[in-house]
Design a protein. Structure first.
Length: 157
């Protein structure tokens, strides 16, 4: 598979996983781009020990975790007001709420549910996060329950 084919096949999936982590469109695009730069640089070293998707999701997760650490060290509120960028409202309020609720989850749960929403097989999710298949199934169920509870507490389904 060429890099161009990989990019076309995985861009939207990687972007949505990043969006689930950071709940910020511009930042998610930046992280997705960083992910693909890393993929491009490391592709010759890829040893096919896992699927290309699993490898890429792990790279994306690592970039997201690094970004979260950076954000913890320097919060956006610390930026001068003239540098603040206005975010465009999301076209679908329920999707925006979903990203917000996902961003409030623990880091590992964000990764798991983001990949679940991308319809990755749970066995592949387990390989990315280093858990057993059974553990991932239980986590997915619990995460979905948490998200449903958040939606219902705001009068949504």
């Amino acid at each position: 598979m060429t890099f161009e084919e990989i990019y076309k096949s995985y861009w939207n999936k990687i972007f949505r996983v990043c969006m689930g982590y950071v709940n910020d469109r511009d930042l998610a695009q930046d992280i997705a781009q960083e992910t693909f730069i890393t993929v491009w640089q490391q592709l010759p070293k890829f040893r096919n020990e896992s699927s290309i998707g699993t490898w890429m999701y792990r790279i994306a997760a690592n970039h997201c975790l690094r970004q979260i650490e950076k954000t913890k060290r320097l919060r956006r509120d610390d930026f001068p007001a003239q540098l603040a960028v206005k975010e465009e409202p999301a076209p679908d309020e329920n999707v925006q709420l979903l990203y917000q609720y996902i961003s409030e989850l623990q880091e590992i749960d964000r990764l798991i549910i983001s990949m679940e929403l991308e319809e990755l097989p749970q066995a592949e999710i387990a390989r990315v996060v280093g858990m057993t298949d059974a553990n991932v199934r239980v986590r997915v169920h619990r995460i979905k329950e948490k998200l449903i509870l958040k939606f219902s507490s705001h009068g949504r389904r």
